[in-house]
Design a protein around this ligand. Sequence first.
Ligand code: PLP
Length: 382
Amino acid sequence: MASAAVAFRILTEPALAKAQWREKPFPAGAVVIDANENPLGPCEAARKAVIDIVAQGGRYSDWMLRDLTVAFAQSQGLKPAYVRVYPGSSEPLHFAVLAFTSKAKSYVTADPGYEAGMWAAKGVGARVVNVPLAKTYAHDLPAMLAAAPDAGLFYVCTPNNPTGTLTPHSEIEMLVEKKPKGSIVLVDEAYIHFSDATTAIDLVKADKDVVVLRTFSKIYGMAGLRCGVAIARPDLLEKLNLFAGYCPMPITALAAATAALKEPRLCGDRKLINATIRQHTFDWLGSNGYSYVPSTSNCFMVDTKRPAKEVIDALAARNIFIGRIWPVWPTYARITVGTQDEMQAFQSAFHDVMTNAKKVSFAAPLRRPSATIDGGWPAVSS
Ligand code: PLP
């Protein structure tokens, strides 16, 4: 455990999304569709709850933790002992990697997939097994199973970040039944509310070796408030807890998340807004001859037909900040679904960049190219 701590750091979407930490806000008028944030922010009830509680921010928040734990458990038909609240889902993701992977137990993930767990696994010296997505863009779970008889943890992100594509519940069940003894399946449902995916929480209720992650950062629009949830058998949560210790929650996050959970229409309304804007964007891309991966989430991959970095930089020069590249798909970039106005600004700048590609100079990127430090960890400082 001590040696793991030496190289370990928690990576979050902004650390991965932004090529360098920003010391200043984005330029005025910037369209920021790079980190799968929700432009709607917290709902009205959550904002009010934050304001009402802030005066009590001088105290640690443990007395409020129980309310959110119970409210979340009730919303999913779970016993509270199967729920643990964290300041974001990045924490339990990393703690699961610490608890279940090691030099002898590999970390198995899809490619392209959300990379935070992979970097954590490298930090603990675990073998990282990257398995390409299937042709349907689902995780290729039979291939992931076959590739890692030494698996400690299978990471399944559905909808997947960055593609927004789903992995069928039936295949996750198959993985859970056939996986090596002692390993766990970590199902990251950060984006599930945007899609029609079936949750894997039923597998937790059936006491399988499954940990499900949820976050308030996406559909709830609370990325800056920090609240996430791990859902698992109490003995599995206890293993994560060895690393969490006493990890106090921001009092504002607890109040906001508890209030947001009581809003019955929030997820449905926001799902519809996102799906409508996403579909308009897809219609525009399709009618202009651009290819994209058919996402059911708040992000998607677009084919730039050239090194995607060139397009990212050219858009940044036009004050449009899109997401990153996955090395396995170097001519694709990830786009977050923003507001309709933001997507229209993206469309016109993207069209301009794509049609004038030969005339545009890509020589002077606004942002530094992303670098690696510490023998392969993504740089998070300028
Ligand atoms: N999992 C996935 C797939 C994500 O994309 C993110 C963030 O974007 C996270 C987990 C972590 O989110 P947070 O720590 O904000 O809950």
